[in-house]
Design a protein around this ligand. Structure first.
Ligand SMILES: N[C@@H](CCC(=O)N[C@@H](CS)C(=O)NCC(=O)O)C(=O)O
Length: 220
């Protein structure tokens, strides 16, 4: 059994689980991942007991238990300092943490109205007016980070880091709900989709049998 175990809700719909799952993949360490929603009833009851908040993701590392995606990224950064989960430069790292915290506490309408559903495509998704400034803010963050770090790699702060883990589910949503992105944001989205950790998670999400009718919309 792997020393590191990540309990996730599921891989297709659970954006918070995806963030922690990507960070875990960046460590390069072996790990076990258990999807709560695809487990049988007894296993589900056991997994729910292992989550202090009743929510997922939860990381178990020996006796240490960490819940909440951003806390998991911070913990993995401390345990695997060479994984590059945060940028090396203090000022750049501060910005990476700020945009990650903004993702964690912001974008309420996108989170409510455009739930992550990796395998779905909704080209005629009706866009409510309150979504517009949040989609603009999202792209403003992506553009600004890309402009500032253009020479060090294709991700927000050059190399794929904790901030990209936080925003990868937003890339998934922009694809699912057919949002046309500005050219810099589009290039960023393509780089995220091509990253091996993202491709691994997406492949597993697409293969999951579990369906959630709340998020599998029927749009006429
Ligand atoms: N702030 C938490 C949010 C966790 C969360 O809302 N997880 C959802 C799945 S994406 C969940 O576990 N839902 C289970 C439930 O509501 O029973 C984090 O960042 O980890």
């Amino acid at each position: 059994m792997a020393d590191l175990t990540l309990l996730v809700f599921d891989k297709n719909y659970s954006s918070w689980s995806m963030r922690a799952g990507l960070a875990l993949r960046l460590t390069g360490s072996p790990f076990e991942e258990i999807a709560y929603q695809t487990a049988d009833a007894a296993t589900q009851a056991d997994l729910k007991r292992r989550s202090p908040s009743g929510l997922f993701p939860v990381l178990e590392h020996g006796d240490v238990r960490v819940w909440d995606s951003l806390a998991i990224i911070e913990y993995l950064n401390e345990r695997f300092p060479s994984a590059g989960l945060w940028p090396a430069d203090a000022a750049v790292r501060a910005k990476a943490r700020a945009v990650s915290a903004e993702m964690h506490s912001g974008f309420p309408s996108i989170r409510q109205q455009m739930p992550m559903n990796i395998r779905a495509r909704y080209p005629r998704f009706p866009r409510q007016p309150e979504l517009v400034p949040q989609i603009e803010r999202l792209q403003a963050i992506w553009r600004e980070c890309r402009e500032q770090n253009a020479t060090s790699g294709p991700f927000l702060f050059g190399s794929f880091c904790g901030a990209d883990c936080m925003y990868a589910p937003m890339v998934m949503r922009m694809r699912t709900y057919d949002v046309k992105l500005d050219p810099l944001s589009e290039a960023y989205a393509k780089a995220v989709e091509a990253h091996p950790a993202v491709a691994d998670w997406v492949g597993q999400g697409r293969a999951e049998g579990y369906r959630n009718e709340r998020y599998d919309l029927v749009i006429g």
